[in-house]
Write a new protein. Structure first.
Length: 180
C-alpha cells in the first residue's frame, strides 16, 4: 500500500499476506483521484472512508491534505493494521473506528464533504448503499460520494448519480449533492 501523491507520497506499508481485503489497485486509485481533483479540493476537507480495508483511501485522503478522515473497519486484524499505520505516521487527522459501516451510516450525526465506500463486492446491501448514504445526513451540501463496486452494478438511475468510471475490473460510481 502506498500514497500516490501529497505529503505521504511514496510511503509504503506492507499489507499482511493474511488479509482478506481486496485493496483498490494503485492504478484505479490514482485515476479516480485524478477525476475527483477536478471537482473537489481535498485540502482541509472532512472525509469518511467506509469499509476501510487496508486504509489505503484514508492514507491517500490525508496525504492530499484532508483535515479529518474517519475510517470505519469491522475486521479486527484490518482495523489493527490501519491503526498501526496511522500511529506510525502520527497524523492527528486520522480517526480509526472498529465497527460496522452500515450501523455507522444509520447512527452517525456528523457531516462529511467526501465519502468513499469500498464494500466487499458480495455485500448483500451493496445495491442499497447509495440510498443508505445519500438519505442519511452524512454527506454535506456540495459533497461527493464515491462507491467502488463490481461491473454488475449500474447506479445511473439514482437522482444524485453523476458519473461512472471503470479502470480494469474496478468500477466507481460517483454521486454528488449540489454542483459537480
Amino acid at each position: 500500500m502506498r500514497a500516490i501523491t501529497g505529503k505521504y507520497k511514496g510511503r509504503h506499508f506492507s499489507i499482511p499476506s493474511t488479509f482478506k481485503a481486496r485493496p483498490t489497485t494503485d492504478f484505479a486509485k490514482e485515476n479516480i483521484f485524478n477525476v475527483l481533483t477536478g471537482h473537489l479540493d481535498f485540502e482541509g476537507i472532512n472525509a469518511l472512508d467506509l469499509f476501510g480495508g487496508t486504509g489505503s483511501i484514508t492514507l491517500e485522503l490525508l496525504s492530499r491534505g484532508a483535515a479529518h478522515v474517519v475510517c470505519i473497519e469491522k475486521d479486527f486484524h484490518h482495523y489493527s493494521f490501519i491503526k498501526q499505520v496511522f500511529q506510525t505516521l502520527k497524523d492527528p487527522g486520522a480517526v480509526i473506528i472498529k465497527g460496522d459501516a452500515l450501523k455507522f451510516i444509520s447512527k452517525c450525526s456528523d457531516t462529511f464533504d467526501f465519502i468513499f465506500a469500498d464494500p466487499p463486492y458480495a455485500l448483500p446491501q451493496l445495491p442499497q448503499l447509495p440510498q443508505l448514504v445519500l438519505e442519511s445526513s452524512l454527506l454535506g451540501d456540495n459533497g461527493i460520494f464515491v462507491l467502488e463496486h463490481g461491473k454488475n452494478y449500474d447506479f445511473s438511475t439514482h437522482p444524485l448519480f453523476v458519473e461512472h468510471r471503470a479502470y480494469g475490473s474496478v468500477n466507481f460510481s460517483i454521486f454528488a449533492k449540489g454542483n459537480y
